[in-house]
Design a protein around this ligand. Structure first.
Ligand SMILES: Cc1ncc(COP(=O)(O)O)c(C=O)c1O
Length: 478
């Protein structure tokens, strides 16, 4: 046959090929995991050289086995290993075992979430996962949501909905139809100075520019300073600006610090603003019986970013938005004759494209459906508790040691600290650790360079943290 084993079908030969390719791939993956180092690959220069020598479109195909050999030689050894216990630089998590199986199902069946006829059971599962997530976060009956590609897209979508809602309700103006209103330069979004940079990126994409983002100072615990926000709102309202939205960061990227949603909600009510909670990091704490109160009452917000590819430990991509009043998602609705006809919905065929800024979209909801059921609330809670308690342990160790200083006590699972030495030494220590196969984070706090542990892996032990801190101290003195 001309097109031998092109796809996985009911054909026996195609199934044998699938099994063989998956088997070989699995073998290659397993043999690349020789030790526990987070990175033992090449330098940027060396990598560029290795990768540049491959011709990616040869005149004649090489066949899978030859290409897999190259992958084994050039790609797999140069991956960072998020599941390593010395990988703690970013909000980049290891992937739970069962979610790897889910990924195989997702890619193999390649459902597309835009229309029911491209994803029948997948659509019904996403709808149900969203419904149950809304209940989990206290969003109530009228709420709705959708899966997105990640926290940045989730924040963009929620800020767009906030903007459109504000202009509809306060200016009686429909951005969807007419574009930005004449007062667009006056619209303001209030965020913590420690919020994620997707706020500025979203403002740019929404046509409002960075000027629409007002950075509110953070207090010593890295939370938005509510009295500063209150003064800024009063000042801006008096000046004739249009405060439309406040963003509560529920787990800042560096510190895991959590803004006070109760106070922010009061201010939003006073000024008629939308409250968005960016809980990309902190949303997972809802599953911890011990620590769920730390994230505050997220049901107070109008919209919520939940990232499953962070503290929930699911593979990239996996994120969702939840919106308190589902009708506020209307700005994403648009019908096309070739995709999501109005009569489909009248007949019960729901086309999720009407809730999303994407058209073709992955069935990421399956990973949540599978992992939530596999682990249960208790299993997940134990994982999250362990990560939060590891961070508390590191914090206690650091405050007791004059060789270090720490920014703030952790609310979630990150600790930002520095050696009592110059910025240069702290930077060099991080680089030296990288060469030794340990990947830790680096950031800047009040003008100084700091190191960061982002602890998303519950396999990290107190002993391994002690050992890493000793290495950092040793490298610092060297
Ligand atoms: C608080 C916060 N919001 C949003 C994001 C963006 O998430 P993503 O990387 O999934 O786009 C991040 C990423 O680290 C984050 O820390």
């Amino acid at each position: 046959m001309r097109f031998d084993s092109l796809f996985l079908t009911e054909d026996k030969a195609s199934q044998e090929t699938y099994q063989k390719m998956c088997g070989l791939t699995m073998k290659a993956i397993l043999s690349s995991l020789q030790d526990g180092k987070a990175y033992e690959g090449l330098s940027p220069k060396e990598l560029k050289k290795v990768i540049a020598k491959e011709e990616i479109l040869p005149a004649h195909g090489l066949g899978f086995e030859k290409v897999l050999e190259k992958v084994e030689r050039e790609v797999l050894p140069n991956f960072v290993k998020p599941a390593s216990t010395t990988y703690m630089a970013h909000l980049h998590s290891p992937a739970l075992m069962e979610s790897l199986a889910s990924e195989l199902i997702i890619s193999t069946f390649n459902q597309s979430m835009d229309s029911w006829d491209q994803s029948p059971v997948a659509t019904e599962i996403e709808l149900e996962v969203i419904r149950q997530l809304c209940l989990l976060y206290g969003y109530g009956e009228n709420s709705d949501g959708v899966f997105t590609s990640g926290g940045s897209q989730s924040n963009l979508c929620c800020l767009m909905l906030a903007r459109d809602w504000y202009c509809n309700t306060h200016l009686n103006y429909d951005i969807k139809k007419y574009g930005l209103p004449s007062q667009w330069q006056k619209l303001r979004i209030y965020v913590s100075e420690l919020s994620h940079f997707s706020m500025e990126k979203s403002a740019h994409l929404m046509g409002l520019g960075y000027q629409s983002i007002v950075k509110v100072p953070a207090d010593d615990r890295c939370r938005m300073d509510v009295s500063a926000l209150s003064e800024m709102l009063e000042r801006d309202a008096k000046a004739g600006l249009l405060p439309m939205c406040v963003v509560a960061t529920i787990g800042t990227t560096d510190y895991g610090s959590i803004d006070d949603v109760v106070s922010l909600k009061e201010l939003c009510q006073k000024y008629g603003m939308w409250l968005h909670s960016d809980a990309a990091y902190g949303s997972a704490a809802i599953l911890s019986e011990k620590y769920c109160t730390r994230i505050g009452d997220l049901s107070l917000g109008d919209s919520l970013t939940v990232d499953f590819h962070k503290m929930f430990l699911l593979p990239i991509s996996c994120s969702a938005i939840l919106v308190k009043q589902g009708k506020d998602m209307e700005p994403f609705m648009l019908h096309a004759d070739y995709l999501n006809r109005e009569e489909d919905e009248e007949d019960g065929y729901i086309n999720l494209v009407g809730k999303s800024i994407q058209t073709t979209r992955r069935f990421d909801a399956l990973k949540v459906w599978v992992s939530f059921q596999c682990r249960g609330k208790d299993g997940y809670g134990e994982i999250i508790d362990t990560c939060i308690e590891n961070a508390a342990y590191v914090y206690q160790r650091l405050v007791a040691d004059s060789a270090f200083s720490v920014v703030t006590a952790p609310s979630l699972s990150s600790v930002v600290f520095r050696l009592a030495a110059s910025d240069e030494v702290n930077k060099k220590v991080r680089r030296a650790l990288l060469l030794e196969g340990a990947v830790i984070g680096q950031t800047v706090y009040r003008g100084k360079t700091y190191l960061k542990f982002t602890l998303l892996n519950p396999l990290i032990t107190h002993d391994s943290l002690d050992e890493l801190l000793s290495r950092i101290q040793r490298l610092g003195s060297a």
